[in-house]
Design a binder for this molecule. Structure first.
Ligand code: ATP
Ligand code: MG
Length: 432
């Protein structure tokens, strides 16, 4: 019975527990993100994990991978509402911004982080619950914010010590330009119908632009020679693109213009970009974004321009690990060895004072019958990685003292420190 239960009660396929000490890397990463956002003046916005299904169908577009086959949608058993676990969070941010009229007094710079859900085939860098950090600038029409958002990504890579990602850039123009291009694309693909795979055949009339995004190697040559959207862009669209590029150039940020970069959602226009690496196989896109000037209106808000990006946290952390750039898990400064239970009052008062002074102290956890042998406590102290053991022996306590024993430095000697005045010696424990 217990065995059967244990076999059944596992995390859902493609959804991962993030365990210590690995979770420390996540926290480190999140701290870097928060610090970055603060430097650029982006404020945190938190939306529900569950949204009305219609938000994504309307927002992302019906003929997209996400809406066609990746959404976790269900009916609320209580009232029949059609709901979806968010597969991305731009639509949710836009909904919240519109719902609360956040743009009434001008543009807003927003960021979020959290879990997203897509029913995909789980593999390295591709999960069913994964995490994104996203930044969105809403209410700004100019190319300056596009460039700012891209520069922010570069700054984040620098803060993380992430190398080996490069920027790809494209412009999708405006809807009328896309329509002209679309007509040309359909005509071109119709001429070469025999070379289209089933997916492409199906999308030929519903969403031919997405055919350019195919991962099918057999179609690469065909797609390579297809009419280019760039050739259909008008003066204003080209000027916007040039202005973004000029800022990137002025900042020494190299990029490759990739005319086939179309992104997976329908809501993009003008600037689109991706940060890619060769190190994660076909999961090589770590971050993607672009402008979405028509999305707010599309989901029922007052028309307003916007631009943003989202990065995949698992992929960024995976890449950092690959590069050996991820930080080591933190270790406590000190480990408290407590010979007997009678002294717990004074021991724990001392530990509280040390922690208040900023020292991280791990206390040996006792069992039913006592604190355990000194030998086993020292073994634990050693395994904890702490630099010092605090030994609250009976003799030391009788003198109002604790022994501070260095664990990592064989040349350092043990010292006795007063219990009554931790401020006089707490700093010693912080010395790395
Ligand atoms: P892909 O082409 O790899 O499926 P995508 O275009 O669907 O990516 P976006 O919707 O643009 O991805 O999401 C932004 C980022 O979120 C991606 O660049 C990637 O880093 C990450 N991401 C997307 N889907 C997943 C997933 N299933 N598991 C882990 N990370 C993901
Ligand atoms: Mg995808």
């Amino acid at each position: 019975m217990a065995e059967q239960l244990k076999a059944e009660l596992k995390a859902v396929k493609g959804m991962n527990d993030i365990l210590p000490p690995d979770s420390a890397r996540w926290e480190w990463f999140e701290d870097k993100v928060r610090a970055l956002m603060a430097r650029y003046g982006y404020l945190n916005l938190r939306t529900p994990i569950v949204e009305p299904t219609t938000l994504f169908v309307r927002g992302l577009g019906e003929v997209t991978d996400i809406v066609e086959k990746e959404m976790y949608s269900f009916e609320d058993a209580m009232n029949g509402d059609k709901l979806t676990l968010r597969p991305e969070n731009t639509a949710g941010v836009v909904r919240a911004v519109a719902e609360h009229s956040l743009l009434y007094d001008g543009g807003k710079r927003i960021y979020y982080m959290g879990p997203m859900f897509r029913h995909e085939k789980p593999q390295r860098g591709r999960y069913r619950q994964f995490h994104q950090v996203g930044a969105e600038a809403l209410g700004f029409a100019g190319p300056d914010v596009d460039a700012e958002l891209i520069l922010m990504c570069r700054a984040l890579w620098q803060d993380l010590g992430l190398t080996d990602v490069r920027l790809e850039l494209n412009s999708l123009g405006q809807p009328d330009e896309r329509r002209a291009h679309r007509d040309a694309l359909i005509a071109y693909f119709e001429q070469h119908r025999d070379q289209l795979d089933a997916d492409a055949q199906r999308r030929l009339h519903s969403n031919p632009l997405r055919i350019l995004d195919t991962k099918n190697p057999a179609m690469q040559a065909l797609v390579e020679a297809a009419p280019r959207l760039m050739d259909f862009l008008g003066e204003a669209s080209l000027a916007h693109f040039d202005a973004v590029r000029a800022v990137l150039d002025a900042n020494g940020l190299a990029y490759r213009i990739n005319p086939r970069l179309v992104r997976g959602m329908d809501y993009y226009n003008l600037t689109v970009f991706e940060w890619v690496t060769d190190r994660l196989g076909s999961q090589g896109t770590v971050c993607g974004g672009g402008r979405y000037d028509y999305l707010i209106e599309q989901v029922g808000g007052k028309a307003a321009p916007a631009v943003g990006w989202a990065l995949g946290v698992e992929r960024v952390l995976e890449l950092l690990k690959e590069l050996g750039a991820a930080p080591a898990a933190p270790v406590p400064d000190a480990y408290a060895v407590v010979p007997d239970r009678e002294s717990l009052g004074v021991v724990m008062r001392t530990l509280e004072a040390l922690r208040a002074a900023g020292v991280s102290v791990l206390m040996h956890g006792g069992g039913k019958d006592g604190q355990g042998s000194m030998k086993s406590q020292f073994k634990r102290a050693d395994a904890s990685g702490a630099r010092y053991a605090l030994v609250f022996g009976t003799d030391e306590l009788a003198q109002g003292m604790v022994a501070v024993k260095p664990l990592r430095d064989a040349t350092a000697t043990q010292t006795l420190r007063p219990l009554a005045d931790v401020s006089a010696w707490a700093a010693q424990l912080l010395d790395a």
